[in-house]
Design a protein around this ligand. Structure first.
Ligand code: ADP
Ligand code: MG
Length: 703
């Protein structure tokens, strides 16, 4: 019998939960903390001191020696600088571990080495981390010991956001304010805030660590830059939801335990479509915490993989020719009194509040499709979006039959008199119960799909933070709510006005609705006809955040200033150029030090064979032909290598970030593809024994 896991006891054992605060803090202090958590405001320093001491005592009891302000700079990953609780010893040499309210609330890491997009010159190195009281502190344990991690926002000396959390928190407040205006119109006087909830399904690959370490491309760029396809890919679809193998199962078990301890509600796990690909989904929670938790999920996935002799690949496209990985960002809106604004009820056609919310979301997504697409772009995702596997790069909304029908009625007649029902699912087997059918089938190809009582934004990249997509979603929907509330609050006849507004929004923005196959070529043409943007790459999307439309939106709700947006655009170009530069240099290194030398050696042994066979008096047809072929491809590879070296050097010397990024995309990338092609062809014909790195087959099928 295996050891019994007590998950209830384990859960959140490494988190300084509200429950632990309640236990450890004096009543009045706890009340103040709760108030600030729920309604905002500031903690007095005296209160912060008490909280800090309780937090430190709990952490130390659990083995912590250090604390860190844990934050999310614009690198896309998290950052931490550890400080111990050690203080100056007294005269007798006794030392007490201490942690003050000031240290809890504010930190001052040297900010000069984090991307700021020109927001902060290096000599203005000051940056502050500020405690985010709404996301619980937790303990992280690794080789450095146990560290108390305090989730924080990260700002410059002048208060500009240098991270992903600050704008997210700003967007959540904006959305709450505007959504409250909407529900007040419908007579809801009880709710005091509206919270965006997020559940993110995370896809990942696992490969054997020994093999991983033999591939510089995986180590340096997170994806394979060379590699011929394995004889078998994902065509049999036998991996999706397939039985989980022992080694992977042991990994998943450990991963769940680690996540549960951190208070992450790991819920679902399964094999994904591609070989060696898997997925984990937690239960949804407040957007801000969901973002923090998704970072922890990614970090923990990597850590636990190491323990199991594997490497976890979070890159959006680790292997050419098989599906890449993404993240489904499930998003909904709920009041603090438990009402989900995206719940249509049984008869959505009669649910006016829902229809207004839906109309506003359609308007928001249509008006800002470019921003939404941008929010899901990162360097790796360029390999997925629009490449026939992930959703296309065109934003559209899937509503499903039932809602589409309601919208159609509203647009055509201004009334939605009836609605389609789910009916019963009959299997034709008498021993199986008939099921209540959902009114809507699923659609796997839509980038933004309504799934019952939430929207599922499916474009997000697997390695990306989900902060930007949610910040953008919150912002654009806040704007639509605000505009609707502006109209409706002054209406004399509310019922009439809301009716007209729903019809107006739905009519004006129905072009964003698409229930068909998002992967089909016809859709690309149809979308163009409808005037929907089709933004093909990350850097083409980058400029969407500084258009007048975007600046107006983000400034209006205090989410980003124009300067912050401009700096972020700059960082996107820089990130793109740096990433491509690493990839190009890695290819150059692998080609010149591994592939070409291996093939040279192989051609030598072929040449020897040709001579030996000839000397034996036989015509070496096959050997000579193979030698010809190998040498021709080797020449092609060498030429492509020389070209890649040339353009990479050219690119690296460029000074202006945007032009440089585009040069990498248009010229360097092409040279990379040109080098990959002959090497991959060589891989197919060269003796396996001399091939210098593990192949796709070995990486994805022999885990
Ligand atoms: P599927 O996408 O396969 O339908 P689920 O519906 O179970 O799977 O949910 C996927 C993710 O969506 C999970 O993380 C789940 O917690 C989250 N989710 C479910 N309901 C909501 C909601 N109302 N708001 C936000 N996320 C939700
Ligand atoms: Mg899903």
């Amino acid at each position: 019998m295996s050891e019994v896991l007590n998950v209830e006891e384990l859960f959140a054992s490494k988190v300084f939960t509200v429950g632990k605060m309640k236990e450890r803090l004096p009543k009045s202090v706890f009340k103040e903390v709760k108030r600030v958590m729920e309604q905002g405001g500031e903690l007095s320093l005296a209160t912060a001191d008490v909280v800090a001491k309780a937090m430190k005592d709990w952490a130390v009891e659990n083995g912590a020696t250090h604390y860190t302000h844990w934050f999310q700079p614009l690198t896309g990953i998290t950052a931490e600088k550890h400080d111990s609780f050690v203080t100056h010893p007294d005269e007798e040499g006794h030392m007490l571990m201490e942690f003050s309210g000031k240290e809890l609330i504010k930190g001052e890491p040297d900010a000069s080495s984090f991307p700021s997009g020109g927001l902060r010159a290096t000599f203005e190195a000051r940056g502050y981390t500020v405690w985010d009281i709404t996301s619980p502190a937790f303990l992280k344990e690794d080789a450095t010991g146990v560290i108390l991690c305090i989730p924080t926002a990260f700002c410059s000396y002048k208060g500009e956001a240098l991270d992903k959390k600050t704008p997210l928190l700003r967007s959540m407040e904006a959305l709450s304010t505007q959504a409250l205006r909407i529900i007040r119109l419908f007579g809801n006087t009880e709710a005091t805030k509206v919270v965006a909830s997020v559940g993110s399904e995370q896809e990942y690959f696992l490969v054997d660590r020994e093999k991983y370490l033999k591939r510089e491309d995986l180590i340096f760029s997170g994806r394979t830059l060379f590699g011929a396809p394995a004889p078998k890919g994902q065509e049999l679809e036998d991996h999706y939801f397939g039985t989980i193998r022992e080694r992977i199962g042991a990994y998943m078990k450990d991963l769940n335990i680690e996540l549960w301890k951190l208070g992450v509600t790991a819920k679902t796990q399964h094999n994904e479509v591609a070989p060696a690909q898997h997925e984990l989904a937690p239960i949804y929670e407040t957007a801000n915490i969901a973002v923090d938790h998704n970072q922890l999920v990614m970090e923990t996935m990597k850590k636990v993989a190491g323990r199991h002799g594997m490497a976890c690949l979070l890159h959006e496209k680790p292997f050419a020719g098989v599906n890449g990985s993404g993240k489904h960002n499930n998003w909904s809106l709920g009041t603090d009194t438990g009402v989900n604004l995206l719940d249509p009820g049984d008869t959505p056609n009669e649910n006016i509040q829902f229809l207004l919310v839906l109309a506003c979301i359609l308007k928001a997504v249509d008006t800002h499709a470019d921003l939404l697409r941008q929010s899901a772009s990162d360097v790796g995702n360029d390999h997925r979006l629009g490449a026939n596997e992930a959703p296309p790069a065109i934003i559209s909304v899937f509503l499903g039959e039932q809602l589409e029908d309601v919208v159609k009625q509203l647009v055509e007649t201004g009334e939605a008199a009836h609605c389609l029902e789910g009916g019963k699912l009959q299997t034709g087997v008498s021993t199986l119960t008939d099921l209540e059918k959902d009114a809507t089938d699923r659609n796997r190809t839509s980038p933004f799909a309504f799934t019952g009582n939430k929207f599922e934004f499916r474009m997000v990249g697997s390695s990306d933070s989900i902060a930007s997509p949610n910040t953008t979603l919150n912002a654009i929907v806040a704007e639509a709510f605000c505009e609707a509330a502006d109209e409706l609050e002054k209406a004399e006849d509310f019922e009439m006005a809301v009716h007209d507004l729903i019809k107006k929004y739905m009519t004006e923005h129905q072009r964003i609705i698409f229930n068909g196959d998002g992967y089909a070529d016809e859709w690309v043409k149809e979308a163009e006809r409808r005037g929907l943007p089709n933004i093909k790459s990350m850097i083409e999307a980058a400029g969407t955040i500084t258009t007048d439309k975007a600046v107006k939106l983000f400034e209006k709700f205090g989410i980003f200033t124009k300067v912050e947006l401009e700096s972020r655009e700059e960082i996107l170009y820089e990130t793109y150029a740096k990433t491509l530069n690493i990839e190009a240099l890695t290819m150059i290194d692998m080609a010149s030090k591994q592939y070409i030398p291996a093939v040279v050696k192989y051609s030598r042994s072929l040449a020897d064979t040709v001579i030996a066979v000839k000397a034996a008096g036989v015509k070496p047809y096959v050997q000579a032909e193979l030698l010809q072929d190998v040498c021709a491809k080797l020449t092609a590879a060498q030429d492509a290598l020389t070209q890649l070296e040339k353009v990479t050097a050219q690119a690296a010397a460029m000074k202006e970030a945007k032009a440089q990024a585009f040069f990498y995309k248009d010229t360097v990338k092409e040279a990379m593809d040109a080098l990959r092609a002959p090497i991959d062809e060589l891989e197919r014909i060269v003796d396996k024994e001399v091939w210098p790195v593990p192949t796709y087959g070995e990486l994805t099928f022999e885990v």
